[in-house]
Design a protein around this ligand. Structure first.
Ligand SMILES: Nc1ncnc2c1ncn2[C@@H]1O[C@H](COP(=O)(O)OP(=O)(O)OP(=O)(O)O)[C@@H](O)[C@H]1O
Ligand SMILES: [Mg+2]
Length: 377
């Protein structure tokens, strides 16, 4: 029997927990052709949620275009990645694919290549020269045209949207702003991790997409949903698990989907068939995971200054939502001054070690937090 808990990568329906209200909110947003920023810290389930949502849309009424912007680094790769995703959404048969691509993206001079297993992909001549605003605009207008031509609603998803901030200029953002405001039958979902970057995109008046889309922060999965999810999966393998053990597990992972699945995976593995998952086994499972990570954590820890270490230690040891610039916190962890603590926060934020959360900070890697609690001096 394979372990029913999955961590890392997109999870499909069989390993997917709850998110019902999110699914219906987003479905409504799509039906209203809205524009929405969906963001959260890393590995919270944005991609899994959107993929599940898209897979449930009836094909005869909806055309879904999913674009992963992760591999893009500027205008040329943005143009070709989007064009390819659009072409692939309309057809996966090679001859049809090239035909559609030529029809929609003639200026990009598309041609077809097949990978070793025979899957078609598109190549574009444009990568040789820098695309102009007009090219980008033409590409971004295609979803709207397709919607009319096919008489379907179109959903465009840009995953890893924060990549745009790293492009050489804000041309894509500016062009998007005008396009998303004019297309009537197209919904735009802009997904991003690195919350502070995404928030900057829609909260900073200086940026083109300022207030041009609604925003939807994705949160943790509540313990009430994890309880049946975890219990059922243990029971299917004839492994018993008391609610109390699940509650402790969720407390350790803070209900963060990736860490909850990871810890549940390890606990399931350690629990013998026809036996109980005990608190002792949970503790063992956690130790095992922390031990596996200990090399990486130690390396990270040693790369930090004393000041950063003190700040992190404070965050790890105190309750969630602690005020890290307060005089009490500063005194307890030897940070000397508020500006000193602020500097530590800035650097750790920049390095993605911590994230802002309601005026406080969280250590993004929940296992690092537990490791610091247990080991760091
Ligand atoms: N609804 C869910 N139910 C159960 N587990 C989930 C759910 N959503 C996410 N996960 C867990 O979190 C992991 C990461 O999910 P996913 O890749 O969808 O997150 P993401 O927010 O897109 O991550 P990234 O920020 O890296 O792009 C999954 O491998 C899975 O273990
Ligand atoms: Mg993702």
């Amino acid at each position: 029997m394979t372990n029913p808990f999955r961590y890392g990568g997109v999870v499909s329906a069989d390993a997917f927990c709850n998110r019902r209200s999110e699914l219906s909110d987003l479905r409504r947003a799509i039906d209203n052709s809205e524009r929405m920023f969906l963001y959260s810290e890393r590995r919270l389930g944005k991609t899994s949620l959107i993929q599940l949502l898209l897979s449930r849309l009836p094909k005869r009424d909806y055309l879904t275009i999913y674009v992963d912007l992760w591999p893009t680094d500027g205008l040329p790769s943005f143009a070709t990645t989007v064009a390819e995703a659009i072409a692939l959404s309309t057809s996966t048969k090679s001859d049809k694919l090239l035909e559609t691509a030529k029809e929609m993206f003639a200026p990009l001079s598309p041609s077809l290549t097949l990978d070793s297993s025979g899957n078609p992909s598109l190549k574009f001549g444009i990568v040789r020269s820098m695309p102009k605003q007009i090219d980008i605009q033409e590409i971004l207008n295609v979803p709207g045209k397709l919607s009319q031509k096919m008489n379907r609603k179109v959903v465009v998803v840009f995953d890893e949207f924060q990549r745009l901030i790293e492009y050489e200029n804000d041309l894509v953002e500016r062009t998007l702003r005008s396009v998303v405001q004019t297309e009537e039958n197209v919904a735009w979902l802009l997904l991003g991790s690195r919350k502070h970057l995404i928030q900057r995109m829609f909260l900073d008046q200086e940026r083109p997409l300022y207030r041009s889309a609604g925003h939807y922060p994705l949160g943790m999965i509540g313990t009430e949903h994890w309880l049946p999810f975890i219990r059922e999966r243990f029971l299917k393998a004839n492994k018993e698990i008391e609610d109390e053990v699940i509650l402790s597990l969720c407390e350790l992972s803070e209900g963060h989907p990736f860490y909850t699945q990871h810890l549940a995976h390890a606990l399931w593995e350690l629990t013998p068939f026809n036996d109980d998952a005990t608190p002792t086994l949970l503790n063992e499972a956690l130790s095992l995971l922390l031990q596996r990570e200990s090399y990486a954590f130690t390396t990270l820890w040693e790369s930090l200054t004393r000041n950063h270490q003190r700040f992190l230690r404070g965050l790890a040891l105190e309750a969630k939502g602690v005020a890290p610039f307060s005089s009490g916190f500063i005194a307890r962890y030897g940070l000397r001054s508020a500006s000193n603590a602020q500097r530590a926060a800035e650097t750790l934020l920049e390095r993605d070690v911590v994230d802002r959360e309601n005026g406080s900070f969280t250590i993004t890697d929940r296992f690092l937090r537990l490791w610091i609690q247990r080991t760091a001096e």
